[in-house]
Design a protein around this ligand. Structure first.
Ligand code: NAP
Length: 329
């Protein structure tokens, strides 16, 4: 089969052996996969315990073509893959054996992938293959950030930073589904405009010096802020949160906070919460919300397996709004 393999010299489209499922696994003939920033971090060598060569890719949609007896009901079905493995028994946080599909386990930038059948779920029927492939990792992360860790409810006012991000666009959609009013930030006015079309009330361009003051003038404190940027932005976010509000962090694209204003955090009685991926129950609940509200992940662009390097470069330059998809067949 054809696969995008990350080697010590970079990304290469190669012909590799078609995988056969181990005990308890299904094989999926993939129609589409999707990129996450994790893939770019691994390509850049900025990820823990990198093992090469490896087929990257945590997201996929396809049809089950081999299945063990206990999963024969999945044969011929169009499915998506829960990319979280071995979460463990504590719903509050993943255990020590937790891992994510696509390094070290062979991922979805390929024509076929094998995964445990318990990680496989029917794809929501209202989604195209590209939309279904765009859903799993970003949808799971966004669902847990908003619905579980953020506990966002009807009437809340929410801020989502960096709306161009694949997860951020899903955070916007889940927050709207929860009944919140949503504001966004972006480095691009065109992305702010697109976010308004998707249902955001308004936004601010973080390249404009007055962006925090502009948001503070428009909203008298956010009930919940969902961020993956981190860095010195965190002190701006504690300023924008309402007293008693929540800030959910699921990434640190700009690194750790150089100098945290701790005084403001205790004085405003803020709740700072971390969020990573989600439990198997979160994944099922996420699919339920997607079906109930007929949510459609935002697909930015679609590339072939042979064009994977261009797809990665688009993500590296933050040119996308939503998910970058790879067509696998
Ligand atoms: N903990 C988890 O489970 C989990 C899961 C998924 C992702 N993550 C992390 O979350 C981050 C985003 O992942 P992703 O896959 O959604 O990435 P992505 O699609 O590449 O999105 C990154 C976005 O961050 C925004 N951004 C960059 N610098 C910014 C700044 N200074 N201020 C505000 N926004 C800024 C940009 O938005 P604009 O283009 O709008 O400016 C960019 O499009 C990554 O660090 C990733 O590792 C964590």
């Amino acid at each position: 089969m054809n696969a995008v393999v990350l080697t010590s010299s970079g990304l290469e489209t190669q012909t590799v052996p078609t995988p056969t499922p181990a005990a308890g696994e299904v094989r999926i003939a993939l129609s589409a996969a999707a990129l996450n920033h994790r893939d770019q971090y691994i390509r850049d060598g900025k990820y823990a315990k990198i093992q090469l060569p490896c087929v990257l890719g945590s997201d996929g949609c396809g049809v089950v073509d081999m299945a063990p007896d206990e999963a024969s009901h999945l044969l011929g079905q169009r499915v998506v893959i829960d990319p979280s493995f071995d979460w463990g028994t504590n719903p509050a946080a993943q255990g020590p054996h937790f891992s994510i599909l696509g390094m070290p386990r062979q991922g979805t930038f390929a024509e076929y992938v094998c995964v445990p059948w318990q990680n496989v779920h029917l794809a929501p029927s209202h989604l195209t293959d590209a939309e279904a492939a765009a859903l799993p990792l970003a949808g799971l992360t966004a669902y847990r950030a908003i619905m579980v860790q953020g506990a966002v409810k009807r009437g809340d006012v929410v801020l989502v930073t960096g709306i161009g991000g694949g997860v951020a666009t899903m955070v916007l959609q889940f927050a709207l589904a929860a009944g919140a009013t949503v504001w966004v930030t972006s480095g691009s006015d065109a992305k702010l405009e697109r976010a308004r079309e998707l249902g955001a009330r308004g936004g601010a361009n973080y390249h404009v010096d007055t962006w925090t003051a502009d948001l503070a003038n428009a909203v008298s404190g956010f009930d919940c802020i969902v961020d993956s940027v981190g860095g010195d932005l965190v002190n701006d976010l504690t300023g924008l949160a309402r007293a008693g509000g929540r800030i959910v962090f699921y990434g640190t694209s700009r690194g750790s906070v150089p100098s945290l204003n701790l005084h403001r955090i205790y004085w405003k009685q803020l709740h700072l919460v971390g969020s990573t991926m989600g439990t198997p129950d979160d994944f099922r609940a996420m699919l339920d919300v997607v079906r109930q509200h007929q949510l459609r992940p935002v697909v930015d662009s679609v590339y072939t397996l042979a064009q994977a390097e261009q797809a990665f470069d688009r993500m590296k330059q933050s040119e996308q709004l939503g998910k970058i998809v790879i067509s696998c067949n």
